[in-house]
Design a protein around this ligand. Structure first.
Ligand code: AGP
Length: 611
């Protein structure tokens, strides 16, 4: 995640912007920058490395003004440098950005020959597009609005324009962005989150998906994605930083569900090349990660992390042609598995401290395997002891029930699978580019999936009284069914079983009676028809069926289900991420309906460091 802060002020802004960047330091940064309007003329400073390097640059060559934007860039591979640092400038425009612009290559292509690009980033194209619209004679507001219509992806922006002295333009699509209202409404602010503005104000407005806004010292205007003026609720943050961290969310779990588009953008940029069109080679991530040296991958984890591995098994086998062994860590080493040096062991663990997973990693190291740890905490024991430490970049996950870490694990594993396929030549280059583009669309599609929040909250009221439930799927949806069942067990305390849909008739269908809730995960894919026939088997025995599918699946499946959750349509390769969000929201709202302790459910711990 990168960090954004902006001030449309009455007094000078440079010191306060730098202070805001320091509050964003927890997001990590490799370079930073600031742009201000000084009596309407645009000025900019950028620096590589720590914020203090930017401060040193500014002390040598001061800039200040009453309107300004600043940014911490979070480069994830390749050398971060000043050229790639934000704010990016083109002509009259300076912009700071967080997220991914999926179609930036075609936009650059359109401008090639007409505009000189100085950086490799997708961000720069936004500055050029706005500048081109200004050159056509459009007003700053129309130039910005027109540019937004051209962009596809998950992003948040702050933008200022030379010779336009009193305005900051900003937009939010998939990456969080909040406005701040200064004392007596005499100043207005912009920030990636409440923490960035904690010293400036406690009165925040969280922009909604597709919103864009114009900030001025004495006011602001907010527009929805159809450019219609809208008003958004003002949230007053009470209490200390911990409360600020939750922002407008009642629970960390819900905040972390909503963080996913932003988080997965960051995860992706670590595993994809600068152009974001193909995965980086494994050996670029770590010299030992040479997928040509392995013919088997062993994915070992516990709980939710295990289900991430179980989904990845389908990807590695079907796309990269690699045999995959998966097991829960508590069983793995005791079954004395057959191991050889052509097996790559990958421990998957949010905390990087889970005792059983750590023990499995040590067991494989002792047996001479190359070991990798896919973790959220790069200072954890697993990260330190594995031959290869791979981050998921989910940021601190406070809710005991894992959500953003799970989808970040899936995203990283999907990218690693493509990286393996690339060097093993198991798919065409065209297919590699296509699947990478599907992966790049995940943040935006998950942002769309979050629109299901309200309807799923409504549905959860029906599920809350249930004593038990079944979750069914086929193919890569089976592990998602198991994860969905785990979520509702661990936070709503409802007994639930994930099951392979084709397996139910071999006994468990005896448990189906009138009203038994059965959640069927069946986006349109090669297995859809078979899964729907399993749906009919349980429906005909009285089950209350919730079908989780996409638009294509809903066409024929709607009539067979009592309830329908329609997730964004996507390629089957990334469909597990879409149904996962629906499962997270269903578990969350069921738990809220039951009044359980969502963030710290009974009997659980965030990291199980005992066997
Ligand atoms: C997930 O919701 C659970 N809290 C739990 O299953 C967790 O995934 C498991 O304990 C593994 O933890 P780790 O990812 O930190 O190794």
């Amino acid at each position: 995640m990168c960090g954004i802060i902006g001030i449309a002020g009455r007094s000078l802004v440079t010191d306060r912007l730098i202070d805001g960047l320091k509050r964003l330091e927890y997001r990590g940064y490799d370079s930073s920058g600031i742009a201000v309007l000084t009596d309407g003329s645009l000025d900019r400073r950028r620096a590589e490395g720590k914020i203090r390097h930017l401060e040193a640059t500014i002390s040598k060559n001061a800039l200040d003004g009453q309107i300004g934007i600043a940014h911490t860039r979070w480069a994830t591979h390749g050398v971060p440098n000043t050229t790639n640092a934000h704010p990016h400038r083109a002509g009259r425009v300076a912009v700071v950005h967080n997220g991914i612009i999926e179609n930036y290559l075609e936009l650059r292509e359109e401008l090639s020959g007409k505009r000189e690009f100085l950086s490799e980033t997708d961000t720069e194209v936004v500055a050029h597009l706005v500048d081109v619209e200004l050159a056509k004679g459009l007003s700053p507001r129309d130039a910005f609005a027109e540019t937004l219509k051209r962009l596809k992806g998950a992003y948040a922006f702050g933008l200022i324009i030379d010779d336009n002295p009193n305005e900051i333009f900003c937009a939010r699509a998939g990456s969080p962005l909040a406005l701040g209202i200064g004392p007596d409404g005499k100043e207005h602010f912009l920030g990636s989150d409440a923490m960035a503005m904690a010293q400036l104000t406690s009165k925040l407005i969280y922009l909604e998906e597709g919103d864009w806004a114009i900030l001025r010292p004495d006011g602001y205007e907010i527009f929805d994605e159809t450019d219609v003026p809208v008003t958004r609720e003002i949230t007053v943050i009470k209490g200390g930083p911990a409360v600020a961290e939750k922002g407008k969310y009642p629970h960390f779990m819900l905040k972390e569900i909503y963080e996913q588009p932003d988080i997965l953008t960051r995860t992706l940029t670590h595993y994809l090349d600068n152009q974001r069109t193909r995965p980086v080679r494994g050996t670029e991530l770590a010299p030992a990660l040479d997928f040509t040296k392995f013919d088997r991958v062993i994915l070992i984890a516990c709980g939710t992390a295990y289900y991430a591995g179980a989904v990845a098994k389908y990807w590695f086998e079907q796309v990269a042609g690699l045999a995959v062994d998966i097991d829960v860590a508590s069983e793995f080493r005791y079954r004395r598995p057959v191991l050889n040096e052509r097996s790559l062991f990958i421990a998957i663990s949010q905390s990087g401290e889970t005792a059983d997973t750590l023990a499995a990693l040590r067991y494989c190291k002792e047996n001479g395997l190359t070991t990798a740890a896919l973790v959220n905490v790069m200072t954890s024991t697993m990260a330190r002891e594995a031959d290869i430490a791979m981050p998921i970049h989910a940021g601190p996950e406070i809710g005991v029930a894992s959500t953003k870490a799970f989808t970040a694990q899936l995203t990283a594993l999907a990218a690693l699978c493509l990286s393996a396929a690339q060097v093993r030549g198991t798919i065409s280059d065209e297919e590699l580019l296509r699947l990478t583009a599907e992966l790049i669309s995940v943040p935006r599609l998950i942002s769309d999936a979050l629109e299901l929040d309200a309807p799923i909250a409504e549905m959860s009221k029906t599920l809350a009284p249930a004593r038990s439930a079944f979750y069914l799927g086929r193919g890569a949806q089976v592990p998602v069914a198991f994860e969905g069942a785990l979520k509702i067990k661990e936070i709503a305390y409802i007994h639930a079983e994930g099951y392979a849909a084709g397996e139910l008739k071999h006994g468990p269908i005896a448990l189906i009676e009138d009203g038994t809730p059965v959640i069927v995960l069946a986006p349109m894919d090669d297995l859809y028809e078979k899964t729907v026939s399993n749906l009919q088997e349980v429906a005909s025995r009285g089950a209350r069926v919730t079908l989780v599918t996409d638009a294509a699946g809903a066409k024929s499946g709607a009539a067979m289900a009592d309830e329908l959750i329609v997730v964004p349509s996507s390629d089957p390769f990334i469909a597990p991420l879409m149904t996962t969000v629906a499962m997270q929201l269903l578990a969350y709202h069921t738990a809220v309906a039951l009044g359980t302790d969502v963030d710290q459910p009974r009997n659980l711990a965030k990291s199980v460091t005992v066997e």
